[in-house]
Design a protein around this ligand. Structure first.
Ligand SMILES: Nc1ncnc2c1ncn2[C@@H]1O[C@H](COP(=O)(O)OP(=O)(O)OP(=O)(O)O)[C@@H](O)[C@H]1O
Ligand SMILES: [Mg+2]
Length: 260
């Protein structure tokens, strides 16, 4: 055996995303209105990218293209260097509302998706339990969705998405429906989960502070047809909202939208 052969191969980094010339238009009053134009972007495996921009600029559209729920007019989405064709098990989507099944317990809601994918009942429940612990709901396994607060229900949604061990988490304003206090706690949770699970996270948000708190980079989309820009967030983690660098970053980002 050669010496090289005894060295274990480096683990393959997975969850890398590339957008190539991604374009999408929608019909409006009998004409095609471009929403996304020639978007080129590389997202590293394990990176946290936030997508911000005014209402109607195409954030959800972009996320749906990434999820494979919709197809671009031109261009493509590559995951780990392979073009996607539709939805895939390496991606999980989290929406603003958790969309739990009301007749199933927390445990069964999380285990359900695993069983659908052919995981045995016992194994699915064991994995679901681990994820429910991770989001801090161990004591609520047997509860039904109606017995949960909004923040708790959203945690179940996150546990369900993580249970299938995706490489890429796609989140569309996941904390948008929560009250201000719960939102702050959940931002901490998301930061911790992202760090522990080492997933690629692509997060659409209206909240510029949330973007700075969670992301390595912020993609800014516009409605005026100007090209999207990306802004790196070079702040140490865990992040401190009151640190002068954080406050300065928020000011920079708000300035992009003409806000003060
Ligand atoms: N299926 C569709 N058919 C026609 N137009 C659509 C469709 N989906 C989105 N659009 C249009 O594309 C544009 C972008 O929509 P999108 O939902 O991506 O915006 P958004 O950035 O997510 O906005 P918000 O912040 O309000 O959620 C909007 O003008 C919308 O009307
Ligand atoms: Mg949207």
């Amino acid at each position: 055996m050669t010496r090289e052969a005894t060295i274990p191969a480096a683990p393959t980094v997975r969850g890398e995303v590339a957008l190539r010339g991604l374009s999408k238009s929608f019909p409006l009053q009998g004409r095609l209105r471009p929403v996304l134009r020639d978007i080129d972007l590389e997202i590293r495996a394990g990176e946290a990218l936030a997508i911000v921009g005014p209402s109607g600029c195409g954030k959800t559209t972009l996320l749906r293209l990434l999820a494979g729920l919709d197809t671009p007019d031109r261009g493509e989405v590559l995951i780990d260097a392979r073009p996607i064709s539709g939805v895939g098990t390496e991606r999980a989507v989290i929406y603003q509302e958790p969309r739990l099944l009301p007749w199933l317990t927390v445990l069964d809601n999380v285990a359900f998706g695993l069983e659908l994918r052919g995981v045995s009942h016992a194994e699915a429940r064991a994995r679901a339990r681990r994820q429910i612990e991770l989001v801090g709901l161990g004591a609520f396994e047997a509860a039904y969705p109606r017995q949960l607060s909004g923040g708790m229900a959203q945690r179940v949604g996150i546990a369900r998405a993580l249970a299938v061990q995706p490489e890429i988490l796609l989140l569309d304003e996941p904390l948008g429906a929560l009250d201000a206090m719960t939102k702050l706690t959940m931002q901490e949770e998301l930061a911790r989960i992202w760090r522990e699970q080492k997933v690629t996270m692509i997060l659409v948000t209206h909240d510029l502070e949330e973007a700075i708190f969670l992301a390595d980079r912020v993609l800014v989309l516009s409605t005026d047809g100007s090209a999207p820009t990306t802004i790196p967030v070079d702040l140490p983690r865990p992040r401190d909202r009151n640190a002068p660098e954080f406050v300065a970053m928020r000011r920079t980002l708000m300035g992009k939208f003409g806000l003060h």
